[in-house]
Design a protein around this ligand. Structure first.
Ligand code: HEC
Ligand code: HEC
Length: 380
């Protein structure tokens, strides 16, 4: 069966097409300029990676969901950044090559050291990975594609597979105007993937409606939680700063490892001499309700566990002998039970997947698409 794949000529939600046919981000936050305090409602957005064409974004969508990109022809990006799990994978540490992704059994594949972060709002990040080792989405993508334990592919194999596929050749020509005999290279494949990732924008939660002036968008309990979140008692918003709910920094907070897993040095090997032993990127809290379990290796199952970690166990969850220099904003806020509950209610109000892309029913390789497999009950 030949499926008629075509590329959209419309920008995804949150974007508007400009006179050059490129998609530019549109958000009310871009109108705000006042450098309010850490918890301010109308803090401006950092600049986003935008300016991609609708066609290359849509091409990236097919590539993202296509297991053709995996060395085993089974592992797509979506296996670990799954649309049903907030573009994370619902696992503590990701399952690599050979037994990928959601629901995979441990015996099947290599267990990775860290969990897959959500891809919502990666367009705003300048440093990627839990330890910040990549400085662009382009550099980042080389990691999973060619790491033996992740997608296990090689540039030569990837290019051979894509160029041998008539549908991809046609779609790349539509998106990038390829000459007749021009080869599709790894850089172009990655560019389309980046265009797609950068279109995953989540800035339209009930919290955002509240921030833009709709006072009723949050319940009374959520508003209490919001005030706790930005208080000087908890200082959550000093690291998880709106509107991205990250200050885009590294911090040492002493989160635990799951039982039996070695201590993770975090950013220390990447930035020696910076006193970053055990430091990780401050993750966004957007769609946090969708991305359990939490922390770099998924050691905390529920938001309740995270809040208890901050409330009771601050910084004492890492082994004593690691001598971590825990960030000074990590102190003991002594929240009461109902305050913890309100804080969690607030965190849940950050859910927004209104701009979620359509998961393709089929991809040009004809291989199975992750969500469709899961729907058919094949995920185990
Ligand atoms: C086998 C599972 C797996 C696959 C497949 C996978 N990833 Fe990931 N991804 C991860 C893990 C685990 C991390 C975090 C690793 C770390 O920080 O050390 C990550 C991190 C990322 C990040 C950084 C996010 C941030 O906030 O720093 C991006 C972007 C990303 N992946 C995109 C992709 C793309 C694009 C693909 C397909 C080409 C892909 N991933 C395939 C598991 C996977
Ligand atoms: C000093 C900066 C800092 C402060 C203050 C802080 N956090 Fe964090 N937060 C982090 C870092 C860094 C991580 C990731 C740590 C890791 O993975 O080991 C994190 C992780 C999280 C996670 C898990 C995110 C995920 O995707 O796994 C949640 C939820 C969270 N914090 C909520 C809060 C709340 C609620 C507060 C206030 C009580 C708070 N944080 C205060 C820096 C901070």
């Amino acid at each position: 069966m030949t499926l008629a794949f075509t590329l959209s000529d419309r920008c995804p939600p949150s974007f508007m097409i400009d006179e050059n046919g490129k998609c530019q981000l549109v958000s009310l936050y871009q109108r705000y300029s006042a450098p309010e305090g850490f918890g301010g409602l109308r803090k401006p957005l950092p600049e986003a990676r935008d300016g991609f064409s609708p066609q290359e974004i849509d091409l990236g969508r097919y590539l993202f969901f296509d297991p053709l990109l995996g060395g085993d022809k089974k592992t797509s990006c979506a296996h670990c950044h799954h649309p049903d799990y907030g573009y994370a994978d619902g696992r503590g540490t990701a399952m690599g090559f050979g037994g990928s992704g959601v629901g995979a059994k441990r015996r099947d594949g290599a267990e990775l050291e860290r969990g897959a972060p959500t891809l919502w709002n990666v367009a705003f990040l300048r440093r990627l990975f839990w330890d910040w080792r990549a400085t662009s989405l382009e550099e980042q993508a080389q990691g999973p594609l060619f790491a033996a334990a992740e997608m296990g592919n090689t540039p030569a194999q990837l290019e051979a597979d894509i160029n041998a596929n008539g549908t991809y050749r046609r779609l790349f020509t539509q998106a990038y105007g390829l000459a007749h005999d021009e080869k599709i290279g790894t850089a172009l494949i990655i560019q389309a993937l980046v265009a797609f990732e950068a279109s995953l924008v989540s800035l339209n939660s009930r919290y955002d409606h509240y921030a833009h002036g709709d006072h009723n968008a949050l319940s009374e309990q959520e508003q209490i939680g919001h005030n706790i979140f930005r208080s000087f008692v908890t200082r959550c918003s000093q690291c998880h700063t709106p509107p991205l709910f990250t200050n885009v920094e590294l911090a040492v907070i002493g989160a635990p490892e799951p039982p039996g897993k070695n201590f993770d040095l975090g950013a220390d090997p990447i930035f020696p001499d910076m006193k970053l032993r055990g430091a990780f990127k401050v993750p966004t809290l957007r769609n946090i309700s969708r991305t359990a379990p939490y922390m770099h290796s998924g050691s905390l199952e529920r938001l309740q566990d995270v809040v208890e970690f901050y409330n009771d166990k601050r910084g004492h969850a890492a082994p004593e002998e690691q001598n971590l220099i825990i960030h000074w904003h990590i102190t003991n806020p002594n929240l009461r039970k109902e305050e913890e509950t309100a804080l969690i209610a607030f965190l849940n109000s950050l859910e927004d997947e209104t701009a979620a892309p359509v998961v393709p029913n089929a991809v040009p390789s004809g291989l199975g698409v992750v969500s469709v497999e899961a729907d058919a009950g094949l995920k185990n």
